[in-house]
Design a protein around this ligand. Sequence first.
Ligand code: G3H
Ligand code: 13P
Ligand code: ZN
Length: 334
Amino acid sequence: MSVSYKELGLVNTKEMFAKAVAGGYAIPAFNFNNMEQLQAIVMAAAETKSPVILQVSKGARKYANATLLRYMAEGAVAYAKELGWEKPQICLHLDHGDAFETCKSCIDTGFSSVMIDGSHLPYEENIALTKQVVEYAHAHDVTVEAELGVLAGVEDEVSAAESHYTKPEEVIDFATRTGCDSLAISIGTSHGAYKFTPEQCTRDPKTGKLVPPPLAFDILHEIEKKLPGFPIVLHGSSSVPQDEVDTINAHGGKLPDAVGIPEEQLREASKSAVCKINIDSDSRLAMTAAIRKHFDENPGHFDPRQYLTPARENMKKMYVHKIMNVLGSDGKAA
Ligand code: G3H
Ligand code: 13P
Ligand code: ZN
């Protein structure tokens, strides 16, 4: 049975993005696939009164179950209100949609925004696919994110060994012909907890930690000049906090040389036309670090609430930090 996101109390990204671009901040797009992540995201957004994008990949939708997800999203809005957030600004977004049918299925089951990721396709095919999704989505008042340029690392089921930065000379043609509402670009971010190889980094002489190469802000600024005020999206924007990696490694984990995007660079990007910043790996790390530590310190525990409570708290702390200290979206949905 199909349902519109409007019946679930969700919003699309139109107004969120317009305000974010004008106000020089970015909306957090946090991936989730389970109840604890969702609770932590809603708690953080409600506490900080930040607009928020609940982001679900095709794999996460399969994991959680599409029907359950529709009710989880509706529950998220009700829970946000119960927490004292009178007018929650919550968007449910498909991350890395791979085909028209996936996007249509999400739109028909309560999503307020979808991404169609044709970044791996030849340019004209990317345009044709994106346009097809835009036509269906806009008929349902659902917003569409498209992608131009390829990120290194894993793009959901699409694997890219090398990144190909977005070509600024293509963005006007692409945005005009597809009618997309926002554009994900490639300027050096990548997915996962290993964004750069040690060879691509330098080492901080004091700490010995890896320092990644800077993002290509020159390309971002060129794109901004070509499409003034157009919403830009950054994928692969986890910072891979060293303390979480250290906690995981100190409690039996093995994440050598994990490295992310420094938060100062994301703060800088948030002030530009970048109005949506995708974060998934940092949530995975926060959850895993708390659970590993808990198990190590409490070998007798086996009630999931015992280890999922600190995991949820740790994720919420991370989400609040991102909203307040990195993206600057706090108080923007008061
Ligand atoms: O961009 C990819 C997201 O982190 C989602 O990852 O496909 O493993 O759910 P996933
Ligand atoms: P991270 O792996 O850096 O968290 O990126 C997530 C993402 O881009 C989801 O689309
Ligand atoms: Zn992504």
